[in-house]
Design a binder for this molecule. Structure first.
Ligand code: PLP
Length: 414
């Protein structure tokens, strides 16, 4: 690394004066936990998505746990999901005593391949949990059609997919129109994450959206100890101390401090998405013609949320593997990441479900060649240039039998 250059972190949140003012006002208000700000955040979030209901919780993991519980998933059920995700997706299924059943992925989008769903179906299957990986929508039309045919619930994990959409016309493909639209309006329930690195952050936080009033009421009840409706109001001046415990619930409510941050972030979602899309355009322009690299796929008729920029290496054209590539980037001052280590490779999944390397070969093959470049609105133009140049330098140092030096190639003006 050049001595005067700082390492570019994998992520830096974009927190401005609006967020600081919003949180400060909350701190000064005397009301810190779930209250009017959480209610306002839910309302604005539902409006943004176009969803009928939105229930704020303290993580996407909690959102998935509650949504699946309220959809009736219970001990002994099977839930079809993808091994190519963060462990949280699968944990939510396991919390309920249900068994995750994996299907392999589409090698282009890295999302669950709906053509493989029939192989995973059993008489115990109750639900499908697809993940919109990196922000590319999963093929919801195909998944919804399959689910409706087999009487399954769909709870999609949109931790990466806040701004993602499937357009009505191009993606219909003979499937039901209910599989199209903005992510968050298609599945029976959809979960979002506001973790520190996500497209909208509340530090930690999450949201469930759904269209069914009873389902929404049930999720809300479960999020606060199973207490009767609006129990959070019991300490307000208009509230009453009386509440009833209607069922066993959880402590998953979102604080007003976090909601205050979320309300400010929500006003910037479009601008932050645009900046990430602009950075993606620069990355694509620089990398598209490099035979050692494969840029992210964008299927026709979708809007990508651009949570992650997953670059894939053509390993046979390089003298180093992905791990060495990430290390080289780090040595040169760029912090990259890898999304994701397929879950069936994890010791826990081997021990619990007897899964082995080789069980989901497409996921494994893609995992071996992916790295995620920094992608966030707080990146400066100079940083974007430096990231591009560094990738080109690592390639030109380690390309197999190539004479071209990308290090001296001009990158597109930013
Ligand atoms: C695909 C996916 N699902 C779920 C989660 C869990 O989100 P949270 O940390 O808000 O629980 C993550 C977190 O990174 C994720 O990447």
């Amino acid at each position: 690394m050049m001595s005067n250059e700082m390492t570019i972190p994998f992520h830096r949140p974009l927190i401005g004066a609006e967020e600081i003012t919003s949180v400060t006002e909350c701190l000064r208000s005397g009301w810190l936990t779930t209250g009017q700000r959480a209610v306002a955040f839910e309302k604005k979030f539902a409006e943004y998505i176009g969803a009928r209901y939105a229930i704020a919780v303290n993580s996407c993991t909690a959102a998935m746990h509650l949504a699946l519980a309220a959809l009736g998933i219970t001990r002994g059920d099977e839930v079809i999901t993808t091994p190519y995700t963060f462990v949280a997706t699968c944990e939510a299924i396991q919390y309920l005593g249900a068994k995750p059943v994996f299907v392999d992925i589409d090698p282009q989008t890295l999302n669950m391949n709906p053509d493989l769903l029939p192989q995973a179906l059993s008489e115990r299957t109750r639900a499908i949990v697809p993940v919109h990986l990196a922000g590319h929508p999963v093929d919801m039309p195909a998944i919804m059609t399959f689910a409706r045919t087999h009487n399954l619930k769909v709870m999609d994990d949109a931790a990466h997919a806040l701004e993602a959409e499937i357009n009505d016309d191009e993606m219909k493909n003979g499937h039901s129109a209910s599989g199209t639209g903005k992510i968050g309006k298609i599945g029976d329930a959809t979960s979002f994450s506001f973790y520190a690195t996500k497209n909208l952050t509340t530090g930690e936080g999450g949201m469930v959206t759904c269209a069914d009033a009873d389902l929404a009421a049930h999720i809300r009840r479960l999020s606060l100890h199973g207490l009767s409706r609006d129990a959070w109001k019991r300490y307000t001046s208009t509230g009453t101390w009386y509440y009833e415990v209607l069922e066993q619930g959880y402590k998953y409510n979102l604080t007003d401090i976090a909601a205050a941050l979320g309300l400010a972030q929500l006003t910037k979602v479009q601008a932050m998405w645009q900046r990430r899309a602009e950075i993606v355009a620069h990355y694509n322009a620089a990398f598209a013609d490099m035979p050692e690299l494969e840029i992210p796929t964008v299927k026709p008729g979708i809007q990508h949320a651009w949570h992650l920029y997953i670059l894939r290496l053509q390993l046979y054209r390089l003298t180093i593997d992905r791990n060495e590539f990430v290390d080289e980037m780090y040595r040169r001052g760029i912090n990259c990441s890898v999304h994701f280590i397929p879950l069936h490779l994890m010791p826990h999944y081997h021990k619990t479900y007897g899964l082995h390397p080789g069980d989901f070969p497409i996921a494994e093959r893609q995992y071996a060649r992916v790295l995620s470049l920094p992608l966030y609105p707080a990146l400066t133009d100079d940083e974007v240039k430096r990231i591009i140049t560094t990738v080109q330098q690592v390639i030109s140092t380690h390309a197999r039998q190539r004479k071209v030096s990308y290090a001296i190639r001009e990158t597109a003006p930013i």
